[in-house]
Design a protein around this ligand. Structure first.
Ligand SMILES: O=C(O)CC1=CCC(=O)O1
Length: 252
């Protein structure tokens, strides 16, 4: 799998891997990279079918999305890393922390869920396969941002571009990975110190989902940010940067 990625920050520093959500790409992390590269080597990548990573025919599984990360880490000679993921990226992180615990040091889960599966995802996969990605822009932005942020021209341009650039088959395959996800029972197997961040106004993965994750992962801590919807790291970058630096051990 040829995973599009970017590796920046000081050579030899601890590595942080950043994983994007459904419909976005590595630009989701634009506000985090400058803050993190002061202390960390940062590897951000595009999930299958998103940004510059090809969308193989779906359906996908979380095991495949996690496998893409392990393959990339192997290729770059990264034996272990901290991991932060938003939504689908967080699901990928939970899969990795359960199934490859020796590769994940500390885990940050942003606006995600361990139990978001269901048939609605199969309907969404069918919709994008039939109609393409541009139909997803207007429904997505109000889930991703609170109303004031969702109306900002810069936000609409940047995140609208991410959605329309995504490959419909890749997006659909990722929807099918969410539909088939089975993480809840595996949470007790996660030993990486875990921070869970939620957006108080997130309609897709509200804070109750963060609380359910934290109830399953021993020692996990929850932080709820407001105002923030589903892409809390884009809407509240300073707060998320501070939390990530504290959690990964890079705070001044
Ligand atoms: O539906 C959305 O756009 C929100 C979302 C669910 C999983 C994910 O990665 O994003």
């Amino acid at each position: 799998m040829n995973v599009n990625h970017e590796l920046t920050g000081p050579e030899g520093a601890p590595v942080v891997v950043l994983s994007n959500s459904l419909g976005t790409d590595m630009r989701l992390w634009d506000e985090q990279v400058p803050a993190l590269t002061g202390r960390f080597r940062v590897l951000r990548y595009d999930q299958r079918g998103h940004g510059g990573t090809e969308g193989k025919p779906g359906p996908y599984t979380l095991a495949q999305l996690g496998g893409d990360v392990l393959e990339l880490m192997d290729r770059l000679n990264i034996s272990e890393a901290h991991f932060a993921g938003v939504s689908l990226g967080g699901m990928t992180g939970m899969w990795l922390a359960e199934h490859a615990p020796e590769r994940i040091d500390r885990l940050a889960l942003i606006c995600t869920s361990a139990d978001l599966g269901g048939t609605a995802w199969l309907d969404r996969a069918a919709t994008v396969r039939a109609n393409g990605m541009s139909a997803m822009v207007e429904p997505s932005l109000p889930r991703w941002f609170t109303p004031a942020a969702a109306e900002r021209p810069d936000v609409r341009a940047k995140f609208g571009d991410m959605i329309t650039r995504a490959d419909a088959e890749g997006y659909a395959g990722c929807c099918e990975a969410i539909a088939g996800m089975d993480i809840l029972d595996g949470l007790s197997g996660i030993t990486a110190p875990t921070l869970v961040i939620a957006g108080a106004e997130d309609p897709a993965t509200p804070p109750s989902h963060a609380e359910r994750i934290a109830a399953g992962v021993a020692g996990a801590r929850v932080e709820v940010l407001s105002p923030a919807a589903h892409l809390a790291n884009a809407e509240q970058p300073e707060a998320v940067n501070r939390l990530l630096l504290e959690h990964f051990g890079g705070a001044a």
